[in-house]
Design a protein around this ligand. Structure first.
Ligand code: CP
Ligand code: NVA
Length: 304
């Protein structure tokens, strides 16, 4: 057995991914029943954060504690990572001391280089290119609320960003149709779209894209690292707000998701975000905890 990493959703086979989602649902039920399991006793998760986080940090740290292990928060501000120690050296050192590593960084290649030199599983906790942990939670949430997403119509409204790329990979893994409504100039990476074949299409007009959808998702217009583009993006994304009016074109039982943090009045209306008949964002956020516990269990069981 080799070491398994989770840098994108495509690092898992379809069966493995579906198994992790089922296990996440099971772990959630066990936690609600007060049943604890501690497969990570004496194990340590290293958590490297080069960008801010609430959900990711809390869910990984709480998840490790609940499974009997512990987590180390490593910021570039107070480690040698921030003073230019090469990723390859950091990977060799850190992975000799901990049992798993999660990394939130800018360039996706940082994750790839770290994983290449790591003796233990590496998890992508968000890069500029992908956010696969969030998709585990989103998939779990859809399954819990509406059943399998296979064959459904999912619409991504907004920026062709890291979340959008992970939705494209989810469409491949779960075989759903994905429509992407983004303004020109903010398309997802062409090669990631092309690799998904005819399951994925760009539909410029949000109303056309959302029509007949079962699941609508969005995200902020300026991601971490794009703060200086905020004003430019506010203009470019005019007309891409997801609100009750836009959702009225979707199927009547469509759900709305947002990875959070949300900017009310920009990409999503406050009214829609708070409408729990449509918006499942709080379950989606909670499921980060359960889905990542299932992921960490899987990586531990399938690596040596
Ligand atoms: N959705 C998400 O990853 O949130 P954080 O940035 O708070 O971790
Ligand atoms: N696209 C956003 C997601 C935040 C969870 C970002 O990268 O900042």
């Amino acid at each position: 057995m080799a070491v398994r990493h989770f840098l994108t959703l495509l690092d898992l086979s379809k069966e493995e991914l579906h198994g992790i989602i089922e296990r996440a649902i099971e772990l959630k039920a066990l936690r609600n029943q007060g049943v604890a399991s501690e497969p990570f006793r004496n194990k340590v998760l290293g958590m490297i954060f080069e960008k801010s986080s609430t959900r990711t940090r809390v869910s990984f740290e709480a998840g490790m504690a609940q499974m009997g292990g512990s987590a180390l928060f490593l910021s570039p501000r107070d480690t040698q990572l921030g003073r230019g120690e090469p990723i390859e050296d950091s990977a060799r050192v850190i992975s000799r001391m901990v049992d798993m590593v999660m990394i939130r960084t800018f360039g996706h290649n940082v994750l790839e280089r770290f994983a290449e030199y790591s003796k233990v599983p590496v998890i992508n906790a968000l890069s500029d290119s992908y956010h696969p942990c969030q998709l585990l939670a989103d998939l779990q949430t859809y399954v819990e609320h509406r059943g399998s997403p296979e064959g459904k119509v999912v619409t991504w409204v907004g920026d062709g960003n890291n979340m959008c790329h992970s939705y494209i990979n989810a469409a491949r893994q779960y075989d759903f149709e994905l429509r992407i409504a983004c303004p020109e100039g903010y398309d997802p990476d062409e090669s990631i779209v092309a690799a998904a074949g005819d399951r994925v299409s760009i539909v410029r007009n949000p109303v056309d894209a959302v029509r007949g959808s079962d699941w609508v998702a969005t995200d902020v217009w300026a991601s971490m690292g794009q703060e200086t583009e905020q004003q430019l993006r506010l203009k470019a994304f005019e007309g891409f707000l997801v609100d009750h009016e836009l959702m009225s074109h979707a199927n009547s039982d469509a759900v709305f998701m947002h990875c959070l943090p949300a900017h009310r009045g920009e990409e999503v209306s406050g009214g829609l975000l708070e409408d729990e008949k449509i918006s499942v964002v709080w379950d989606e956020a909670e499921n980060r905890l359960h889905a990542q516990k299932a992921l960490m269990e899987f990586l531990q069981d399938n690596s040596n």
